[in-house]
Structures are given as C-alpha cells and as structure tokens.
Design a protein around this ligand. Sequence first.
Ligand SMILES: [Zn+2]
Length: 317
Amino acid sequence: MNSKFLTFHKDITDEYSMADKQHSWAVIEKQEEIIMYGPYYPDYSSGEHSEDIIIKQTQELLEAEDFPEHWTVYVFSMNSPCLARNTDPCMLNLVHKARDWWSMYAVKTHIGFVRSWGFKGNKENLFKNVNYRQMEIITHCVDYTSYIESVDKMDDLSPLCETVFSVAKDLLRAEQLKFPLISTEEKQEQKTHFKSMNCMLESKQEDEKKLLTKELNMLVEAAHLLLLGENQSLEEHMEKGKVFSLTYTFSSEVCEGLREEMRVRFQQCWMVTVQDRCAEFVREKLTAEFNQRTVQLFIEDIHRLTRSYLQIGKLKL
Ligand SMILES: [Zn+2]
C-alpha cells in the first residue's frame, strides 16, 4: 500500500507544490488507466473538510461509469481523517462510503495519511491540567501512590490518572527533554512575551515611566532573540536567561537601582516563560501520543470488519 501511495504522491507533488498543511487527493486505479484528482484543501469557514470533496468527487466518478468493477480508490490525506467534528466525522464517512463502493461496485478503498490527527488534532485539550507544577511533582515522585499523596496535600491541584502520570513521567525522564521556547506560529507576535514586566511601571513617576518604557521595549526586543534559539533543556534555557540579564547593557540614563529591578523582574519573567513552555511542550507530546494511539486503535477495530475491501494506514513518505 505504501509504495503505491509513494508513486502517486511523487506524481502529484511534481505537478503541484503542496505545503505541509492539510490537503487531500485521490486516485482511481482502473485496469488500464488511472485518474488523479486533487489536491483539495479544507474550507474551515464553511466547515468543509478536504475529505468531503474527495468523497463527493469519488462518488461522482464511480456513478459516471457503467461498470466500475474491480477498481481501487486511493485516498490520501495529510492528517488522518478526523474522528470527531460537529457533523459526521470524515473517518466514519469514508468507512461508510468504502462499504457502499464495495457492495455496489466491488471497488476497494485504501486510505493513507502522514500525521495521526485523532479526534481533534492539536486542539485536543485532554491534558490542559498538566501544568508545570504537576510536572515538578511527577518528576519528584517515585511512583503513582506517592504522587497521589503529594497532590492530595495541595488544594489547587487535582490528580492526573495513572496512565497520564506514567506517560508524562517517561517524557520527563527522557534523557534530555529539549524543547524550543517558541513555536513557528508565535514567531510573529513577540510582544506577548515578557508583558508582565510592565507592572514595574505602576509605582513610577511620569518622567521615569517614559524612560523605563523605552528601556523595557529595548530589553524585550533584545530578549526576543533568545526565544528564537535552538532546542535546549530547561536548565540550559534558564541559564541562558540569567546570563542575558547579567550581561545586558542598559542605556546610561538608567540608574543602578532601576537596572537591578529590571534584572530581577526579567529573571522572574524568564523563569515563568521557560516553565510554561516546557509544560506546553509536554502537553504537545502527550497529545501527539494520544492522537496516534487513538487512530491506531480505531484502525485495528475497523479492520476486523472491513479487511476484504478497506485498508487504512500511516504512510512513510
Ligand atoms: Zn474531517
């Protein structure tokens, strides 16, 4: 299945340069001819997913033929067809259609994808409770029992289930958990970081406020370069921020007292940024793992019923 998809994928990417974002295309393979259609992209404003177009097109192509017997339909989707949305999810729609096409035309269907989307992809929020404090406790506890004991002592934390605990513990134990401080989408909006430093301005006189605002803006701009650096461990990121705050050159108008205050504020701010990002990274990993397992379990289940006419699988491109 993989090699067929690879050949089609090469043909279609030679013709269209597709980005990494979600798209679908399909191929109908006849005895002596192949028909390719797509790529199609989702239109989220109207709630249309790219697989919706594929299903419609395939249906039309099959209906237009007198004897579409023993053909094979190949459906490619960058992300695995969704398992949940506010109307019928694409994965179930495709499974139903594959059954129809098999029973009506003896047409087999193959579905290939590159990334496991699961139910809701990166919008999955099952792990929103895994924050940095949870992670600290997970790291320090030897087992689930001691973890529960620790969490019970805290009023504002609720315990994670054992499975999430052990997967998170494995992630955190991973020799060196290296992560970027900023995701690709965030690169544009630098001003949202270090915003909490602005509370320094509150107690200041007007003229001092002006100078300080200018100085803070320059500091934030310089610090932004630190965020763009390579993947590093939590300790390395922390150290980087500390070194930055100690070696940063303030303008000569800023007195030593203010400099010291800015250094301290910056270090606090930096620590929170790094810890939040570390927790976010672990949540992303948990989500990716969850999505992968979800799709895998779905495929195993559905194959028991559809083995003779439907194959679904992750592709290695
Ligand atoms: Zn979908």
